[in-house]
Design a protein around this ligand. Structure first.
Ligand SMILES: [Fe+2]
Length: 325
């Protein structure tokens, strides 16, 4: 049985508990594409996760594009597809979907919103070709906007220090080539510098840790905190929280004997230190859903984080593709 623990109520050593609440999951049963589009959009406007079952891959792509267009996000859909394939770690499947990152045996993926506060992807969508493994459940987490973690967590960001005043052209160029929004991304006194690169006498750029910022949610038309990959992947506590939660929910698969969390965690190499994140504080509820062939899921990528439980190698095949806009 799952129990709801109010934020801040957890004691040291207690298991991370986030209430399972399937009332946030809206199954769209409409059969015509137009009615489906309307129902999915209505669900997203309520910040619900929409699920459509039994779609072909073509129908899933068509529905994704239609929803992105209605939200004014179709440019983002094209951009992220081109961007992800240029990084080489994902492959395009069809027009908009990509394979998910490859992972090693028994690895899980901790909850995160795709990307970072700079890319600010608004929509996340998953489509399942096959999931015959003994696990690989998709777990979606609704972020708690009042979490204390927004004060204590840190995001890995780009920052710059500039001597003099930037012209509008230089600001555009820095946005395109350095992924910096000037002047907002000027290095601040409380940013923690990880590395520095001197471009010239006028400009230095930094990798830094910064306090999380709210970004704009197009679907909900307000500023929100997102639990971006660039926040989640810095915090060693996140992997321990996720492992504990999977274990408590009976979703953790382990090889004979046990396995250190470092080997289960696909972001282990990127974690910087313990920032003390607690899932009972960060998330107000969750939805656990094992995708099956033909399932199409779409959600707000700012207000919801996605994660994947692990599975026993060789127990089956898992082919799930993802798209973001
Ligand atoms: Fe992801």
């Amino acid at each position: 049985m799952k129990t709801l623990v109010s934020p801040g109520a957890m004691q040291m050593g207690e298991t991370a508990q986030v209430a399972e609440d399937r009332s946030w999951l809206e199954e769209v049963a409409e059969t015509s594409q137009e009615a489906r589009e309307r129902a999915v959009l209505q669900a997203l406007k309520k910040d619900h996760v929409a699920l459509v079952r039994g779609l072909s891959a073509e129908a899933a792509s068509e529905l994704l594009l239609a929803v992105a267009q209605k939200c004014g996000l179709e440019d983002g859909l094209d951009l992220q597809t081109a961007f992800a394939s240029s990084l080489g770690h994902r492959e395009n499947v069809g027009r908009y979907y990509m394979t998910v990152n490859k992972r090693s045996d028994y690895q899980f993926v901790c909850p995160h919103s795709e990307g970072n506060s700079f890319s600010n992807f608004q929509l996340a969508s998953f489509y399942c070709y096959e999931n015959s493994t003994d696990g690989g459940e998709t777990i979606l987490f609704h972020t708690n906007q009042a979490a204390s973690a927004w004060q204590t967590a840190r995001e890995r960001v780009n920052r710059a220090k500039v001597n003099g005043v930037l012209t509008p052209g230089q600001i555009r160029q820095m946005r395109a080539s350095l992924r910096l929004n000037m002047p907002d991304d000027a290095l601040a006194p409380d940013d923690e510098i990880l590395s520095e690169r001197v471009i010239d006498a006028q400009l230095s750029v930094f990798k830094a840790l910064a306090r999380p910022r709210q970004t704009y949610s197009v679907l909900l038309q307000r500023q929100l905190y997102g639990y971006w990959n660039s926040i989640e992947s810095t915090d060693a506590d996140s992997a321990d929280e996720f492992r504990a939660m999977l274990q408590a929910d009976g979703l953790l698969r382990l090889p004979a004997g046990s396995e250190p969390t470092s080997l289960l965690d696909d972001e282990h190499a990127n974690r910087i230190r313990r920032f003390g994140s607690k899932y009972a504080d960060l998330f107000s509820s969750k939805i656990t859903h094992k995708l099956v062939a033909g399932d199409f899921v779409i959600l707000n990528n700012v207000s919801w984080a996605h994660s994947v439980a692990n599975w026993t190698p060789g127990s089956g095949q898992r082919q799930v593709v993802a798209a973001f806009a």
